[in-house]
Design a protein around this ligand. Structure first.
Ligand SMILES: Cc1cc2nc3c(=O)[nH]c(=O)nc-3n(C[C@H](O)[C@H](O)[C@H](O)COP(=O)(O)OP(=O)(O)OC[C@H]3O[C@@H](n4cnc5c(N)ncnc54)[C@H](O)[C@@H]3O)c2cc1C
Length: 433
């Protein structure tokens, strides 16, 4: 990397003469494109490379089910979604948080609205019009996008290796910004193949792990799978340890559970599995009723009716909820209204494994903030900046992922701009490094 640095420093000085600065960005997701925006706005010549035939594929996929681009909740609550990484994310959001992001979208000619949950969406819920308008603006600002160009790391002389349809090319640049995404949904481009490339250059990385992911149980019964795999568990609550159970819904899958309620708890569940080999969550199948109410209803005489009918008529439990209760509650509980009520209000579900990273909505792990300076430049690789989901932070769904990707893309772009300007002004210092 020292070689690259000397080369980039030399370039910086060459460009000082021509006052033309150049940056290479690898990765055309929201983070890389945002970096391209701030750099091109500042007059830097930007070449952006992406391995895929087009940029922003995951961003477009995020728009398929309704593009939740940010959240309208108050800043302290918003920031708390980044949990232990909140202190590192805070400066990024202070510069470009939810309000700034919404304004930026409006400036692209796309209106937004706040849903009942406080989530913010483009008015048409789609990502494609936004991406189209954005790419048009970037091209007008002089950003050159090169697709089908896979970054393979560095040559021994510090130049960059890019593999395209016509073979491998080597590139030199004043500075490099990596926005390569995490490790999920590899078919959209973010395959995590950058991990060994940075590790080989002395960057200490946190392993990529699934975040906002589903979980496996040891094994569901064949009956449950055959009748209820794919069935939604609506209006339930889920809790881990002594935390207040969270309301929401999830889906029973052939091997476990997934869905928004599970994603919201995925970080602590994953950590508990990493630590203890398994995590037990408790499901409340009737969050609207107190345990005493449920018990009183179940204690009513059931006469000749079956237990299924009794559960259905007295407390409204049937279908997948009834099947899950049968699967997880002890047999004897069905003869004891108090025990059955307790099971309905806190049904223990043991989760043993995360679903594979590729299936997850996002990744945890990646480049730790400790490996970068405040401008998001790698301390091990001066002149190399990182942004987006490849950084070691995670957040639940709700627009927090995209917001931090945009914010870090902007911060890294501005960091790189500062680096270029510093190179222009202090060439002597640069050569001595
Ligand atoms: C199904 C789904 C729905 C989602 N919905 C939402 C949502 O509603 N709201 C939200 O906030 N977030 C959502 N997300 C998450 C969000 O889309 C991502 O967090 C975000 O796209 C990450 O942005 P990024 O720029 O860091 O990386 P990415 O968008 O992953 O972009 C990385 C780019 O780098 C390129 N690349 C990688 N390696 C190389 C290489 N070696 N050489 C060249 N190019 C390379 C890739 O091709 C890709 O274009 C969703 C994710 C998924 C999977």
């Amino acid at each position: 990397m020292a070689a690259l640095f000397c080369q980039t420093a030399a370039h910086a000085m060459t460009h000082a003469a021509s006052a033309s600065r150049h940056a290479i960005i690898i990765g055309g997701g929201p983070a890389g494109l945002m970096a391209a925006e701030v750099l091109s706005q500042a007059g830097v010549r930007v070449d952006l490379y992406d391995a895929m035939p087009s940029v922003g594929r995951k961003f477009l996929l995020a728009g398929v089910g309704g593009m939740n681009i940010t959240h309208s909740e108050a800043y302290p609550a918003f920031l708390s979604r980044y949990a232990e990484r909140a202190p590192q994310i805070a400066p990024l959001l202070r510069e470009f948080g939810a309000d700034a992001l919404r304004q930026w979208i409006h400036d692209l000619g796309i209106e937004t609205f706040v849903g009942t949950s406080g989530r913010v969406f483009p008015t048409d819920m789609k990502a494609a019009p936004l991406l189209r308008a954005w790419l048009k603006r970037l091209r007008e600002q002089g950003v050159t996008i090169h697709t089908r160009q896979r970054w393979l790391g560095w040559n021994a002389d510090g130049s960059l290796r890019l593999q395209g349809p016509d073979g491998e090319t080597r590139l030199h640049s004043d500075a490099l910004l990596l926005a390569l995404g995490g490790g999920s949904w590899a078919r959209l481009g973010s395959d995590g193949a950058w991990v060994p490339l940075l590790a080989a250059r002395g960057v200490a990385l946190a392993p990529l792990q699934p975040s906002n992911c589903g979980f496996d149980v040891q094994a569901w019964s064949e009956l449950l799978v055959s009748k209820f795999a794919g069935a939604p568990l609506k209006n339930i609550a889920m809790g881990l340890n002594d935390d207040l159970p969270r309301l929401g819904e999830c889906v029973l899958t052939a091997s476990g559970i997934e869905g928004s309620l599970v994603y919201a708890l995925s970080a602590p569940i994953r950590e508990a599995i990493n630590r203890d080999g398994a995590a037990t969550v408790h499901l409340d199948l009737l969050p609207g009723k107190a345990q005493g109410q449920v018990e009183a209803a179940l204690a009513r005489p059931r006469g000749s009716r079956s237990m299924s009918k009794h559960l259905h008529s007295q407390v409204g439990i049937d279908g997948v909820k009834a099947a899950l209760l049968r699967e997880l509650a002890p047999k004897e509980a069905f003869d004891d209204p108090a025990r059955l009520a307790a099971a309905i209000k806190a049904l223990p579900l043991r989760l043993v494994k995360t679903r594979p990273l590729d299936e997850a909505i996002s990744s945890a792990g990646g480049v730790p903030f400790e490996a970068m300076d405040p401008s998001l430049m790698l301390t091990a690789l001066p002149g190399v900046f990182c942004a987006g989901e490849m950084l070691d932070w995670e957040a639940p769904t709700g627009g927090y992922l995209l917001t931090a990707c945009f914010a870090s893309g902007r911060a890294a772009g501005l960091g790189l701009l500062g680096w270029l300007n510093q190179g222009l002004q202090s060439g002597v210092e640069a050569t001595t490094l």
